[in-house]
Design a protein around this ligand. Structure first.
Ligand SMILES: NC(=O)c1ccc[n+]([C@@H]2O[C@H](COP(=O)([O-])OP(=O)(O)OC[C@H]3O[C@@H](n4cnc5c(N)ncnc54)[C@H](O)[C@@H]3O)[C@@H](O)[C@H]2O)c1
Length: 267
């Protein structure tokens, strides 16, 4: 893997990855719709809106791999999600295909399966149950990845990221936390492992309170180093400050499930 494009370079994850991926690949092209404030002089950066197909074609030219993080990263209006995440994601896969890019790692989300109850442990082979328009867009991204893999032999890895950060900050996060270095491991498996065709992994560290069976990632050599339990006391202390959420506390997606929820009144 000689040349890698990473979108979402100015975001929370992109900003960390710009440090953690330094020197890992000979050439990394960073991109975002806005320029990162802390861009270093030796970093290659291209300003681009992923909802613009022509821009995506230019962006992906000459790249061997793509890590697609760019887009709207929370719930949003349909128009916002449609442009940044649905059209944007389609454009990235289609541009990758047109430019003969070999591999794509797509930042999916736990919100693609947010309506599974916390009492149920799920693998990566379950039907999607998105909890938001944002979650729908991530399910769309996974389906688009499967399509380009099956039809055009693009090697695609979808990471259903839980919650990226230095530590889990509340009870829900004890189950879904992803340590930055563990994300790097997952990305490197997606970009480098010889047997990747189309895979879905949970983007989660070694959390004892997990709701997910991540054995598929482990099969590819994933050895997470973060342990959510190491932060239990702190996380539960912060949890005390959060209001009770009868719907959100039942489901894996948390407040994304209770937001706009009226199934109890309409069902
Ligand atoms: N942070 C997490 O815990 C988490 C969890 C699940 C999934 N994810 C996914 O991982 C990715 C990165 O997350 P993040 O936390 O860094 O999000 P972020 O919001 O901090 O960063 C996203 C970046 O995408 C850029 N962007 C938005 N619209 C764009 C467009 N039309 N064209 C090009 N760039 C655009 C933004 O400018 C931003 O810098 C996102 O796809 C997000 O959905 C993150």
């Amino acid at each position: 893997m000689q040349s890698v494009l990473v979108t979402g370079a100015a975001g929370g994850i992109g900003t960390r990855l710009r440090k953690l991926l330094k020197g890992v690949y000979p050439r990394i092209r960073w991109s975002d719709i806005k320029k990162p404030a802390d861009l270093a002089p030796d970093e290659e950066f291209v300003l681009a809106d992923v909802s613009d197909m022509a821009a995506c074609e230019k962006l992906t030219a000459g790249m061997e791999g793509i890590v697609h993080l760019g887009g709207h990263s929370t719930e949003g209006s349909w128009e916002t999600i449609l442009n940044a995440n649905i059209i944007g994601c389609y454009n990235m896969f289609e541009a990758a295909y047109r430019n003969n890019v070999k591999r794509v790692v797509f930042a999916s989300s736990n919100h693609a399966i947010g309506f599974y109850p916390r009492t149920q442990k799920i693998g990566t082979d379950v039907t999607v149950h998105p909890d938001s328009r944002y979650g729908i867009s991530k399910a769309f991204g996974e389906a688009t990845g499967a399509f380009y893999s099956d039809k055009h032999a693009l090697r695609v890895t979808c990471l259903r990221i839980g919650n990226f950060g230095d530590k889990p900050v509340d009870e829900r996060r004890l189950s879904i936390w992803l340590k930055p270095e563990d994300l790097v491991q997952l990305i490197r498996i997606g970009l480098e492992h010889p047997d990747i065709k189309f895979e879905i992994f949970y983007g989660a560290s070694d959390n004892a309170a997990t709701w997910w069976d991540n054995s598929n990632a482990r099969k590819f050599g994933y050895k997470p180093t973060g342990k959510g339990e190491d932060y239990r006391a702190e996380a539960m202390e912060s949890q005390k400050k959060l209001p009770k959420d009868p719907v959100g506390d039942r489901y894996q997606g948390g407040t994304y499930c209770s937001d706009e929820y009226d199934a109890d009144r309409r069902g």
